[in-house]
Design a protein around this ligand. Structure first.
Ligand code: 5RP
Length: 221
């Protein structure tokens, strides 16, 4: 089975997983990326009666069917279900995200959600986070200073040339950075002045991982 089919399978399973608990006043949070796009397809087909959806990127927002009200986070009290993909996940349901550059808004929505359902295929599993280069959103004037700090920490920062986030910022991808204690490193990176957010999701990790393999689908709670 190719990777897209597995992503689609996880997205469909996530839809079934939340559908039974959806109410008229529910707010659904929508992540970003190819796996999430399959979830948006399911959502659009279903035309659910909900309060609305909150999106983590302009790209996802464009895909939402007009039968749904697209709300800003400021308009809602909380998000009932946040559905998003990941670049890596581990046994503790900690994640690396931001391959698509939407990590800051994704982390805000994940943090504001009651239940965070992460949809992946088996290729995203790792016992130790960090094989996937860790994305960091930075304020432009601080880029070089931050890169020097990252090198002192043992990483190899690569500027994501030509990419600007929905927040108007730049992204650095850190290669080879040891992420032994994700929770600690997440906080440490965010303490560097000029760092807007980093792609470690350990402080607010996933509640549920839905992972598809060639032959099965696993719901890890
Ligand atoms: C975007 C993300 C995505 O969730 C992550 O990159 C996974 O993407 P895909 O579903 O396309 O494999 O964090 O910022």
């Amino acid at each position: 089975m190719n990777q897209d089919l597995k992503k689609e399978k996880s997205a469909k399973e996530a839809f079934s997983f939340i559908e039974k608990d959806i109410k008229k006043d529910s707010v659904i949070g929508i992540g970003t990326g190819t796996t999430t796009n399959f979830f948006i397809e399911e959502l659009n087909k279903a035309r659910l009666h909900v309060k609305g959806v909150v999106c983590s990127s302009d790209a996802s927002e464009k895909l939402i069917d007009s039968s749904y009200e697209v709300l800003s986070l400021n308009e809602v009290h909380s998000i009932d279900f946040y559905i998003d993909g990941a670049d890596e996940y581990n046994d503790r349901k900690e994640l690396i995200k931001g391959g698509g550059g939407a990590l800051t808004r994704e982390k805000i929505l994940a943090y504001s959600s009651d239940i965070f359902v992460c949809i992946v295929d088996e290729s995203k599993y790792t016992d130790l986070l960090g094989k996937f280069p860790l994305p960091i959103e930075v304020i432009e004037i601080a880029r070089s200073a931050i890169s020097r700090e990252l090198m002192k920490m043992g990483g190899k920062p690569i500027f994501r040339n030509g990419f600007i986030s929905d927040n108007g910022n730049q992204i650095i991808d850190i290669h080879n950075l040891p992420i032994d204690i994700p929770y600690d490193l997440e906080a440490k990176l965010n303490n560097i002045p000029g760092v807007v957010e980093n792609g470690i999701f350990a402080n607010r990790k996933a509640d549920v991982i839905i992972c598809s393999t060639d032959s099965s689908i696993e719901i890890i709670q």
